[in-house]
Design a protein around this ligand. Structure first.
Ligand SMILES: [Zn+2]
Length: 247
């Protein structure tokens, strides 16, 4: 599995800024040992491939933080993904990755691509919570929508590398996953929240996302405004992040 170099395109967008805030922290990667034999073999595989590096390396390059923050894959005892502001740490659980893999990679032809899209989307959403917390960003949207927006903007920066994020969003919705509240019976990406996120992802590249409209996930009347909506949201985030960027 390859997690694309998410921020390859970010430098050009953000290089106008040259005034990083005082920051001594690092984004750290961790793959703590798992006890369950199945998760232990996943841990070994993910650690060997260092699947988090492609996300965390650019974060260190461009987005220094005020204190160390860990991004880790871990055995959690529940199928979730979290941002823990007390450590602080972004955590993706093997239990959740296993559920995703079982649902997405058993049959469908492009299941592995959808898995990467869902994986990246969840991880970037949690990184969004970390950004808002650690950089004390003055976001105007509610917390969950803000984290979705940051994820979509990172997908936009990644150009074509992460176009499967929209497929990941639809899959997470159909699987009725609520990764921050596992076992709640709720679905994180549904209704208005799903449509808002799909609008932004569609807006990163309408041509590549025509299927989102054709399959009825996004009303055509709304889709026509999504490219402009994405550009507004991206501009807002670039503005907020500009003083935290190191070029
Ligand atoms: Zn969240």
């Amino acid at each position: 599995m390859r997690i694309p170099n998410l921020l390859a395109g970010a430098l050009a967008a953000l290089a106008f800024s040259s005034a990083p805030a005082a920051a001594q922290g690092r984004w750290l990667v961790a793959y703590p040992q798992a006890q369950d034999p199945v998760f232990a073999s996943m841990q070994q595989m993910f650690a060997q491939q260092d699947v988090l590096a492609n996300i965390v390396d650019p974060l260190n390059q461009y987005f220094p933080v005020s204190r160390d923050v860990t991004v880790e894959l871990a055995e959690c005892g529940r199928a979730g993904a979290f941002y823990d502001r007390t450590r602080p740490a972004v955590q993706l659980c093997y239990e959740l990755l296993m559920e995703l893999a079982e649902s997405l990679m058993s049959g469908e032809e492009d299941g592995d691509q959808v898995f990467v899209g869902a994986f990246a989307l969840i991880l970037l959403h949690q990184v969004g919570h970390a950004f808002v917390d650690l950089m004390q960003l003055p976001v105007s949207a509610p917390p969950e929508e803000a984290a979705d927006q940051l994820a979509a903007v990172m997908v936009g920066f990644a150009d074509e590398d992460l176009q499967s994020a929209a497929e990941g969003a639809v899959a997470l919705s159909e699987m009725q996953v609520d990764w921050e509240n596992p076992g709640s019976g709720r679905t994180a990406l549904s209704g208005r929240r799903l449509e808002n996120l799909l609008c932004l992802l569609y807006g990163t590249s309408p041509d590549a996302h025509e299927w989102v409209v054709e399959e009825g996930h996004l009303p055509r009347a709304r889709a026509s405004r999504c490219e402009g909506r994405y550009q507004d949201v991206e501009a807002e985030w670039i503005e907020m992040l500009s003083e935290h960027v190191q070029s």
